[in-house]
Design a binder for this molecule. Structure first.
Ligand SMILES: Nc1ncnc2c1ncn2[C@@H]1O[C@H](COP(=O)(O)OP(=O)(O)OP(=O)(O)O)[C@@H](O)[C@H]1O
Ligand SMILES: [Mg+2]
Length: 1076
């Protein structure tokens, strides 16, 4: 069930000012303060929302809040801007009424924030879908773009809108947004060139310099340093809480979402850069012959860069800053500009360039967000316009702004009264006339076409002759003198002649919101808003894509001698259009109030609020609202709220709500003059009556609460008791069951124990019996076996004695032999294997030895059978070596394991010995490196030793040249020692041809092989004698004529362990051989 609530629930102060009692300025402000202190920043005056700026984020804009206020009646929940937005949106969607939301208040009061809150609420509650979401996003994202270019930090607001904005959001019949149109009003362009102390230029300049990439800045010929630009105020370049660089990214992103092309964004930034550059152009005077000074550009660098950015010819612009062409009646005249005029022209150009760029941006955004469909739209307009401004020094801008507010106030009064009146008529209630201040007279003072101040100003501006601000003031003094809201010192009206608060160069207007003193200085200039034609023509000539669109009047083909409309005229016209537009719509008001001047939370300055309440005419507003009946409410909700006050309507009234309310009010004895019955609403004249009803309702609610509490408690206790009772029965039943189960288990287990004992006892008895029977049976069997044995032995004894001995012997021998032969199987087939099992029994000794010999011979034969012919020859040689040297020479054992390779020099393969090899006629049987002992001193020199079947050859080791070739038949004998050396003497036959030089004493590592081979040649050749081999430690050799004794002695030579040879004398050559 939906819970019906009311604005009146949990009210802090009063949520609707029409209920304020007593109603005066003090109580009004007290109520605002009270609510503000409790974070209630919204308060109603009927359907108008007053919004106090909290200067801090409150948790009241969450999606949950949106849901809470969605589709709820305006007075159902506590006051909120969402309630107003919801009401407006629903009457737009459901009743097809165009809406406008008028947000007013002074600078920093929260208008822009309020407008954004309304837009975001509508975006949240309206339809969804891809296309709709895109439109919503574009509408919302237009805000950051416009804020960047149109907002600035001022003393009053860090994000102050310096332009007025009216945005029409268009919806289709379902209430889905289709698009929008934005109108902008009077950008404060003077800020481009000059900012008051402590204020900044428009945000975009700082955002661009802080946030753009180095690359972009280079392209725009800009420097990041703010101080380089005359147009940027430095004292507040960085504002607390503002991150310009991040904002720049947001703006670029927003531009992209809104639909700006990359090239367009670039062009816009180029223009922004151009404005900065323009500010840096400075002038110097140059004297002319006619005595006048003419201005010249001081440093042309900035001018050049600006011209490059915009694609303007530098000379054209330079000339436009020095000369001015005046055209009158087809005549052209060129006059020079002095330095002051040049600066004026420069600033005028900068202001115009920027404000036109801003207007272009609005047009461009409109192009993107305009509704595509041509069907009829429903429209919700949101007006965020500058509030009433009263400064110490008020100029043309304040005059214009205040004029606009004056118009808005007028429309406010008109529409509020109209609405009130319409409601009375609708509800069929008698209309009582309401007295109120109508500010139409002030509007007339300003805008009257004949003698209004704006018309006067235009007249002055267009008048030939010298026109100054003073002549304008004079004119006002004569024309408006009689007006009761116009005050001037020089007025004919003598009452201000002595008013010192009114300086001579000023005039004062009594606005509906208070008196404002305007200084006339600059009025004419600002109204004229002149840009020298030469400059606009120079701009038109630029090649930059945007410039032509921004300065269409510069087109020489369209030279228009008529003056452009003045600023005042334009503004008046656009305000006129706006007012007409607003009048066709259903208005919703948000009145923003600023609680303090310090931009901080929690501070409520009474005087400041009082001032705003006064000029916004809020108390007046309440008076108008409650002039007839202060409070009204539909019958249904009234009955719902107060039905408990009367027994007839409580708890349910069955008839029509109106009758119910009638019964109720009569029952409550409310005096009849205090209320009136409308068609659908009850109108209550006095808030006090409502509060009495509320008070009674509260008391009644307390009684009802007690009653409900009483019944509830009784019900609760009874339910509890019944529950306890039921539980007790359940618990008892469960317990009994549990106890019985336990008892049964105990009896059961006791029975089992007893049963098992008895069964055990019985079983043991039977076991004992069986065991005894078994023993008896075993005893009988044993006795029988023994008895049978004795019988059998007795019978067979005679047969056994005759045959058993031989049989046992043969069997035993057979077993032994079998075991013996099986044991021999372990021996291997290797001839080198000497192992042989030990003989097991003495009687096997002969057979055992024979078997070993036979087996060995057999396995040797097997082994030999595997030999090839070459291998056989090798073994034969080895055998011969053994026959010659075994046990005769100590060197022999070491040679046994070395295979006889023969060709140690690889004479066939080695290319070094190719020549030597070819010189050999027969197959070389042995080739080795030997040491030839010098016959003279016993020292050795290496020689190649080659052996063939018929001779041996000694050749030079290096050259391979044959030194000696001895036919083997000339070899008489070979002598070697018994020791482990490699010396051998080849003794030649006396008288043979080779013997002339004497015998050879050589040494070789392969002595055994060489000698064996020599010996073998001797044995195998049939034509030759066997070569003698003489083995002894002393032998004679023939060295030429001498016979020398070679003596081998034991005892290690000092160096190394090889044998050393030394010639001792003519007869003795001593070889020392190392001891073994
Ligand atoms: N409802 C709010 N909640 C929190 N802060 C707010 C709210 N309304 C306003 N503010 C704060 O106050 C500041 C000023 O508000 P805003 O810019 O809306 O003022 P304004 O009335 O538009 O002023 P101007 O006329 O100078 O444009 C905001 O920047 C924000 O910090
Ligand atoms: Mg604003």
């Amino acid at each position: 069930m939906e819970v019906k609530t009311s604005l009146l629930d949990n009210m802090i102060g009063v949520g609707d000012m029409v209920l304020l009692e007593p109603l005066n300025e003090d109580s009004f402000i007290m109520n605002l303060r009270n609510r503000f202190d409790h974070n209630e920043i919204y308060t109603y005056i009927g359907s108008v929302v007053i919004s106090m700026n909290p200067y801090r984020s409150l948790p009241i804009y969450t999606p949950q809040k949106v849901e809470e206020y969605r589709n709820r009646n305006f007075y159902e929940l506590s006051p909120h801007i969402y309630a107003l937005a919801d009401e407006a949106y629903r009457s737009l969607r459901d009743q097809d009424k165009d809406q406008c939301i008028l947000i007013t208040g002074e600078s920093g009061a929260g208008k822009t924030e309020a407008s954004k809150l309304v837009m975001s609420y509508v975006a949240a509650v309206c339809g969804k879908g891809q296309e709709v979401n895109k439109v919503k996003e574009q509408l919302l994202q237009s805000n950051p773009v416009l804020e960047a270019f149109g907002n600035a930090k001022t003393m009053r607001n860090d994000n102050s809108s310096r332009f007025g904005k009216y945005m029409d959001i268009e919806f289709d019949f379902k209430g889905d947004p289709l698009g929008g149109v934005i109108s902008n009003y009077l950008l404060e362009k003077s800020r481009v060139c000059k900012q008051p102390r402590g204020e900044r230029n428009f945000h975009i300049f700082y955002q661009l310099l802080s946030g753009a990439s180095d690359d972009t800045l280079m392209k725009l010929k800009l420097d990041r340093d703010f101080s380089k630009y005359n147009y940027l105020s430095l004292d507040s370049a960085n504002v607390n809480g503002l991150d310009d660089a991040a904002s720049f990214r947001t703006v670029r992103n927003a531009m992209q979402i809104v639909g700006f092309m990359e090239a367009e964004v670039q062009s816009v930034l180029e223009l922004v850069a151009a404005v900065l550059k323009l500010g840096n152009i400075e002038f110097k005077p140059e004297s002319r012959v006619n005595g006048f000074d003419e201005s010249r550009v001081k440093d042309k660098n900035d001018l050049k860069e600006m011209c490059e950015l915009l694609g303007i010819e530098q000379s054209v612009l330079e000339r436009a800053f020095s000369y001015r062409t005046v055209e009158a009646k087809m005549e052209k005249m060129s006059t020079t500009l002095n330095v002051a005029q040049a600066y004026y022209a420069r600033d005028a150009l900068a202001k115009n360039l920027y404000s036109r760029l801003f207007s272009w941006l609005v047009t461009r955004i409109n192009e993107s967000i305009k509704a595509q469909a041509k069907t009829r739209h429903k429209v919700m307009g949101v007006l965020d316009i500058y509030g009433f401004e009263i400064f110490e020094d008020n100029s043309f801008e304040q005059f214009i702004i205040n004029y606009c507010n004056e118009k808005l106030q007028q429309i406010f009064i008109e529409l509020t009264l109209r609405e009130e009146q319409e409601e009375y008529i609708r509800e069929d209630i008698e209309w009582t006339n309401i007295e109120y201040f109508n500010n139409a007279v002030i509007c007339d003072l300003i805008e009257n076409n004949q003698n209004g101040i704006l018309a006067m100003l235009d007249e002055e501006c267009l008048r030939p002759g010298t026109v100054t601000d003073d002549t304008f003031l004079d004119k006002l003094n004569t024309i408006c003198a009689e007006h009761q809201h116009f005050e001037s010192r020089l007025n004919k009206n003598s009452k201000f002649l002595t008013d010192h608060s009114l300086p001579h160069s000023c005039f004062r207007i009594q606005h509906y919101a208070g008196k404002v003193l305007y200084r006339v200085e600059g009025f004419v200039d600002k109204n004229n808003d002149l840009l020298y034609r030469d400059l606009s023509q120079a701009m038109y000539k630029a090649t930059h894509s945007l410039m032509r669109q921004l300065f269409p009047e510069g087109n020489p083909a369209k030279v228009n001698l008529k003056r452009p409309p003045t600023a005042g005229f334009q503004f008046k016209a656009s305000v006129g259009v706006l007012m007409k537009n607003l009048q066709t719509k259903n208005p919703n008001y948000i009145r923003c109030i600023k609680p303090n001047d310090k931009k901080v939370a929690h501070i409520f300055t009474d005087s400041l609020v009082c001032h705003q309440v006064r000029y916004l005419g809020l108390v007046e507003n309440v008076r108008v609202r409650r002039a007839g009946y202060a409070f009204r409410q539909p019958y249904e909700s009234c009955l719902e709220r107060y039905k408990m006050l009367c027994k007839k309507t409580w708890p349910q009234w069955r008839g029509p709500a109106r009758d119910g309310v009638e019964v109720l009010l009569t029952d409550c004895s409310v005096p009849t003059e205090e209320f009136a019955y409308g068609r659908s609403k009850i109108f209550i004249r006095n808030p006090r009556t409502l509060f009495t009803l509320e008070e009674r309702r509260r008391a009644c609610l307390e009684d009802l609460a007690t009653l409900i509490q009483k019944i509830y408690r009784g019900w609760k206790s009874r339910t509890h008791f019944l529950l306890l009772k039921k539980s007790q029965v359940v618990v008892a039943a469960w317990y009994r069951r549990y106890a019985q189960q336990n008892k049964y288990q105990k009896i059961k287990s006791a029975t089992l124990v007893m049963q098992s004992f008895i069964r055990g006892w019985k079983a043991r008895n039977i076991l004992r019996q069986l065991k005894y029977e078994k023993r008896c049976k075993e005893a009988v069997t044993t006795i029988a076996a023994y008895w049978h044995g004795t019988q059998v032995r007795r019978e067979y004894r005679k047969f056994f004695r005759a045959n058993a001995g031989k049989k046992i012997y043969d069997f035993t021998i057979q077993r032994i032999m079998q075991k013996y032969f099986l044991g021999l199987k372990t021996t291997t087939m290797s001839p080198m294997d000497n192992t042989w099992p030990a003989k097991p029994y003495g009687f096997l000794e002969g057979a055992h030895t024979q078997l070993r010999r036979i087996f060995h011979l057999w396995r040797c034969k097997k082994y030999r059978g595997q030999f090839t012919e070459e291998k056989k020859a090798v073994y034969e040689e080895k055998l011969e070596a053994s026959e010659i040297f075994k046990d005769k020479k100590a060197l022999y054992p070491s040679s046994v394991s070395q295979p006889f390779k023969g060709d140690y020099l690889e004479i066939q393969k080695n290319p070094k010995y190719q020549k030597l090899n070819s010189a050999m006629e027969e197959k070389v049987l042995l080739a080795d490196l030997v040491n030839k002992i010098n016959r003279a001193n016993g020292k050795g020199s290496p020689r190649l030793f080659l052996l063939t079947k018929s001779n041996f050859v000694l050749a030079d080791q290096k050259t391979g040249q044959v030194k000696a070739s001895v036919p083997l038949p000339d070899l008489a004998s070979v002598s070697v020692s018994t020791q482990s050396d490699g010396f051998f003497a080849l003794k030649l036959k006396e008288g043979s041809a080779s013997a002339s030089k004497g015998d050879f004493l050589l040494s070789s590592e392969h002595l055994i092989e060489i000698i064996t081979k020599l010996h073998r040649i001797g044995t195998t050749a049939a034509d030759r004698d066997q070569i003698n081999i003489d083995i002894s430690d002393e032998f004679l050799v023939q060295f030429k004529q001498d016979k020398v004794c070679v003596k081998f002695i034991q005892g290690g030579p000092k160096n190394g362990n090889s044998a050393a040879c030394k010639r001792k004398n003519n007869r003795l050559l001593e070889v020392s051989v190392p001891s073994p």
